[in-house]
Write a protein that binds this ligand. Structure first.
Ligand SMILES: Cc1cc2nc3c(=O)[nH]c(=O)nc-3n(C[C@H](O)[C@H](O)[C@H](O)COP(=O)(O)O)c2cc1C
Length: 166
């Protein structure tokens, strides 16, 4: 059995958390939630504007935990909500400071219908890794928690993950 770690960030509704936990249930992998060291503050509008500035400038916030040792793992599954057409800033920090050499990375994202270049950008950040089974999960376009990707597609994907991590 290869060792697998799930690392995810989730902010608005826990959508990304929900998907990360589905994979965890299927695979029994270790799971770590990352967060920004400094919580976002303000109205939804203010946070959205801050997120836009951060995503556009490639800002890398400090995160908790500040370091994740992936050396015991063969496969790292990384999950993010889509923020302004890319990964959330906390996930950019995690991916940038982590050496994925010789690992398998499975990137996934949740979104509200504007997918942007999340998977492409995560693939670029997964330097030295073999990227497998990237997946996009769509929730409703109001930024809510209504899952629109068919459950059977998610089941199939988690089964495929199980197939490569056992
Ligand atoms: C700051 C911010 C920017 C967002 N930008 C996008 C976007 O570019 N495209 C998109 O489809 N959804 C966007 N969304 C919606 C989220 O990606 C979507 O609701 C996601 O499932 C939330 O996941 P979470 O509950 O795990 O945080 C954005 C949400 C926030 C808070």
């Amino acid at each position: 059995m290869s060792k697998t770690l799930i690392v995810y960030y989730s902010y608005t509704n826990g959508n990304t958390k929900r998907i990360a936990e589905m994979i965890q249930k299927k695979t029994g992998a270790d799971i770590i939630r990352i967060d920004t060291a400094e919580p976002y503050k303000g109205t939804y509008r203010q946070i959205s504007d801050q997120g836009k500035r951060e995503c556009e400038t490639g800002f890398m916030p400090d995160i908790t935990p500040s370091e994740i040792d992936i050396s015991p793992y063969d496969t790292v599954i990384v999950g993010t909500p889509t923020w302004w057409y890319t990964m959330a800033p906390a996930v950019l920090t995690f991916m940038r400071i982590t050496d994925f050499s010789d690992k398998t990375v499975i990137p996934f994202m949740t979104n509200g219908g504007w997918r942007g270049k999340v998977i492409e950008n995560m693939t670029k950040e997964a330097n030295g890794a073999t990227v497998k089974l990237p997946f996009e999960v769509k929730f409703d376009s109001d930024g809510g928690d209504i899952l629109e990707t068919p459950m059977e597609d998610i089941e199939k994907w988690t089964n495929d993950i199980y197939g490569i991590v056992i």
